[in-house]
Write a protein that binds this ligand. Structure first.
Ligand SMILES: [Zn+2]
Length: 339
């Protein structure tokens, strides 16, 4: 598409409670500069949720004054696990527990409903693509990057030559389930951390909210016996660790140091495997106070073992505009697809 064309693409980021939407002009300019949120209704099953996506699209178009006839394509992202072209796992997924979702082709269904091409990515890949494009702009195709996004789990994506690496089954970039060395990361007597996926000692078993709740906090509470978090229900306590970290609480800093070390070790694997130009870090930590997030990013970098030649050129940065990154990345993918 030439920049003189008047067409636009819409990016839709589908989440557990809300859809985020954006509009991207063919010139590469976003026509929405804030978070536009509508209910996602995913718990009501696919029929209701597809209509909610249509409403999200109409709502954001209305805000920008664009008629639907100008939409050339739609970029859609959802949490996984799903195939590379948007078929939800046959076992369902955290956000797609309703049986009607199992094996549901969300991309094709939305495409049929809208009558325009729909381009699918999982949410980690969409955010990774956005971080890459913001950093490298018109040179995106000349660079590669890896993004680790710490949330309930550890997601992210791998970008090579400006494009998402999807893999044969759509399962590339599942960074959370890569095994990392535990030697020197765990303290004496600290149990081996277990991940929801069944692995022991993968990156997510440490660097995720679930990892804090199941593995890190139970151990560190035995080392800080009178800590107030010991009197809070575990799920709630895990969520509070971030605020304690910002307040420089010693227990919380031990937890974040272990998380930074886990991500650094993951990035070290990436450095030796594909040697990317940039290492991006996203997730809840990006939303913390600037001093704390800079401390955390510096810790990640400290624990990433790069060769001298790599260290001279490697970029370490936070994923920008985190709450909009999914929708914006989905839109970038759609614009590229109709190129
Ligand atoms: Zn795992």
């Amino acid at each position: 598409m030439q920049s003189g064309d008047r067409g636009v693409v819409v990016g839709l980021d589908n989440g557990g409670t809300s859809n985020h939407a954006t509009v991207l002009a063919s010139s590469g300019q976003f026509l929405v500069d804030r978070l536009v949120e509508t209910p996602s209704c995913v718990r009501d099953g696919p029929d209701v949720a597809i209509e909610a996506l249509v409403q999200a699209l109409d709502h954001v178009l209305e805000l920008t004054g664009m008629p639907r006839t100008l939409v050339r394509a739609v970029g859609l992202d959802t949490p996984g696990p799903a195939s590379a072209d948007g078929v939800i796992s046959s076992k369902g997924a955290t956000n797609f527990a309703e049986p009607a979702w199992h094996g549901f082709d969300v991309r094709r269904s939305l495409e049929a409903r809208l009558g325009v091409p729909v381009v699918y990515n999982n949410d980690g890949n969409a955010a990774a693509l956005y971080a890459h494009h913001v950093r490298f702009g018109p040179d995106a195709a000349q660079h590669s990057s890896i993004s680790a996004i710490v949330g309930t789990g550890l997601g992210g994506g791998v970008i090579e030559g400006g494009r998402v690496v999807r893999g044969a089954a759509g399962m590339a970039g599942e960074l959370g389930h890569i095994h990392i060395p535990m030697q020197g990361l765990l303290r004496d007597g600290q149990p081996l951390p277990v991940c929801n996926c069944g692995f022991t000692g993968d990156a997510e078993s440490i660097a995720s909210l679930t990892g804090i709740e199941k593995n890190l906090l139970p151990y560190w509470l035995t080392r800080f016996e009178d800590h107030e978090l010991g009197r809070v229900e575990p799920g709630k306590a895990a969520k509070l660790v971030r605020a304690y970290g910002e307040a420089r609480d010693p227990l919380a800093l031990e937890i974040f140091e272990q998380q930074a070390m886990a991500i650094g070790r993951l990035f070290t694997i990436a450095a030796n495997y594909s040697d990317p130009s940039a290492y991006f870090l996203g997730g809840g930590v990006v939303e913390t106070a600037p001093l704390f997030r800079e401390w955390f990013l510096a810790k990640v970098r400290e624990h990433t073992a790069l060769r001298e030649e790599q260290a001279r050129i490697a970029i370490f940065a936070l994923v920008p505009d985190l709450d909009m990154a999914g929708a914006r990345g989905a839109a970038v993918a759609a614009l590229e697809a109709i190129g």
